[in-house]
Design a protein around this ligand. Structure first.
Ligand code: PDD
Length: 281
């Protein structure tokens, strides 16, 4: 029987439930992480759990676990579900309380929930690339927090699906920010361009890995804003996340990107990423 982690307990999936007045359900008042496992190892575990703690701090949510304790809880869940290659979703809400916008006083215990999924790497898409569309970024101004409030992201992704694309690349006015669930990179004349880390984007863990690989390979990694027009004229486009890794975009708004093939810089970063998976534990 598949287990779900509910506040330190591994519960049978069919018995797992959360209170109707949980603030995550009522207000989206909570945070989350999505982490990948490769060959029984939690990939980049530390930065993910550190980011979860940072998100908690930024919304004034007190979480009683540290990185080591969180890692242990998640390892137990993954082992119980026999996940070798897959992912784990962890969310923490401010807890259950009568509906009132302000934080509950006295404060209530945060609710932690985690679920796992077994699946393989997206080999075919990594080789062939995906289609993306562009869409206005309508989200709030704290996109650096991995908040449960994902309505803007959900609407953007749904728009992508409507246009036969797998990702929606968002822009605020002219400036490209990030994907609905990924970071975005334009590659031009052998250099990588990506939005700087600030309140307009999530500081992606995959982005950090890509930055490391680029530096190691001597590929210039420019963290500065760029326009939708610049993106349209890029030689290569990549979107990255925990689940889609280093994913080439071969069509943008129905137009071929570069020569329509997965480009050399993308392939080089993918090769570096494969090696990184083998060494990170
Ligand atoms: N999303 N930007 C946004 C808005 C995201 O939702 C994500 C990841 C990223 C990439 O972050 P990372 O490399 O740390 O996964 C950037 C996850 C996969 C999700 O929501 O399931």
């Amino acid at each position: 029987m598949t287990k779900v982690l509910i506040n330190e307990h591994l519960v049978d999936e069919q018995d797992a439930s959360v209170p109707y007045n949980d603030r995550g359900y009522v207000f989206g008042d909570g945070i989350y992480e999505y982490i990948r496992t490769y060959n029984n190892n939690i990939f980049t575990a530390k930065p993910h759990f550190e980011r979860l703690l940072r998100s908690a701090k930024e919304i004034g949510l007190e979480l009683k676990y540290n990185v080591e304790e969180l890692t242990e809880l998640i390892q137990e869940l993954l082992a119980a579900n026999g996940v070798v290659n897959g992912g784990v979703y962890i969310q923490v809400t401010r807890g259950a309380a009568p509906r009132d916008h302000a934080f509950p006083t006295p404060s209530v215990e945060a609710n932690v929930m985690a679920i796992t999924k077994t699946y393989d790497r997206p080999y075919k898409l990594l080789e062939e690339g995906i289609n993306a569309i562009t869409t206005e970024d309508i989200r709030w101004l704290r996109c650096d927090i991995k908040s449960l409030n994902l309505l803007g992201n959900v609407l953007a992704k749904e728009r992508a699906v409507k246009y036969n694309a797998q990702e929606a690349i968002q822009h605020r006015g002219d400036i490209v920010t990030e994907g609905s669930s990924s970071n975005v990179y334009a590659i031009k004349a052998g250099e990588i361009y990506t939005h700087p880390v600030n309140n307009y984007i999530l500081n992606g863990i995959t982005r950090m890995v890509i930055k490391d690989i680029a530096q190691e390979k001597g590929i210039p990694f420019n963290e500065g804003t760029f326009t939708v027009d610049f993106l349209r004229n890029a030689d290569e486009i990549i979107v990255s996340s925990t689940s889609i890794e280093v994913m080439p975009v071969v069509k943008l708004d129905g137009e071929q990107v570069g020569d329509g093939e997965v480009g050399p810089i993308t392939k080089s970063l993918q090769e570096g990423f494969n090696r990184y998976i083998d060494t990170d534990s």
